[in-house]
Design a binder for this molecule. Structure first.
Ligand code: PGA
Length: 255
């Protein structure tokens, strides 16, 4: 395995934060900070900020993502947004299966699979989130849970389209809690995810896949996490809302 062969990607997950004015200010502050970085730079923003983000990042190295997508192409699905609607705007990335969607909005492994396929078929890059709850970790079933999430989500994906999947390992107990997994804990599960992907799609696909860590990753703890062999970047919530903090993560991932 060679970490250097994989693309490190730092993706911000703004969640339900920033109005249009605030979004524009953050992106303007981010542009010069991101400009010389070699890692992938993605900001996943609320639907209402996609247009602003796409306009302001045109011609820069910042890519734009959505935070969810519906699995049907069109139709009577009030309040939903399709993958074609996103790609038509120019949106390249989409977060799927975030634990907040699983926890509060009834997302299941089966719907994560459907959304993943819809996004891949539309040519998007999927940031697929997986991770165990504290209870599951304490029961010693982290690997079973994560393996099931990965296997079901990617059960219909082909070897070719899975190259457009990034997996984010986000232990639920570490999200927004200030409680980060230790670098060793994160590395252990990210390595396990890679092994699971290798079992499904072969070693080459697994070796080339970007696997991120997410969950209270910030400017202070990122160096240790990103130094690990199987951690190729991060999905960043809180620290992505402040340009200078996000900049430290970009710097570290570009080393
Ligand atoms: P956090 O969120 O960095 O604020 O913990 C990460 C995420 O939910 O993607």
């Amino acid at each position: 395995m060679n970490k250097a062969l994989r693309k490190a990607i730092i993706a911000g997950n703004w969640k339900m934060n920033k109005n249009r004015k605030e979004a524009a200010e953050l992106i303007e502050a981010l542009k010069p900070i991101a400009a010389d970085k070699t890692c992938g730079v993605v900001i996943c923003v609320p639907f209402t900020n996609l247009e602003t983000a796409l306009n302001l990042t045109e011609g820069t190295n910042i890519e734009v993502g959505a935070e969810n997508v519906h699995f049907e192409k069109s139709g009577a699905f009030t309040g939903e947004i399709s993958a074609d609607m996103l790609t038509e705007m120019g949106v390249k990335y989409v977060i799927i299966g975030h634990s907040e969607r699983r926890q509060y909005f009834g997302e299941t492994d089966a719907t994560v699979c459907k959304r993943t396929m819809a996004a891949l078929e539309a040519g998007m890059t999927v940031i697929l989130c997986v991770g165990e709850t504290l209870e599951e970790r304490e029961l010693g079933i982290t690997e079973e849970i994560v393996a099931k999430q990965v296997k079901v989500a990617l059960s219909k994906a082909c070897e070719k389209c899975v190259k457009n999947v990034v997996i984010a390992y986000e232990p639920v107990w570490a999200i927004g809690t200030g409680k980060t997994a230790t670098a060793d804990q994160a590395e252990e599960v990210c390595a396990f995810i890679r092994k699971t992907v290798a079992g499904m799609f072969g070693q080459d696909v697994a070796d080339g896949m970007t696997i991120q860590y997410g969950g209270s990753m910030n400017e202070k703890n990122c160096a240790e996490l990103l130094a690990k062999e199987n951690i190729d970047g991060g999905l960043i919530g809180g620290a992505s809302l402040v340009a200078e903090k996000f900049g430290v993560l970009l710097e570290e991932a570009s080393k």
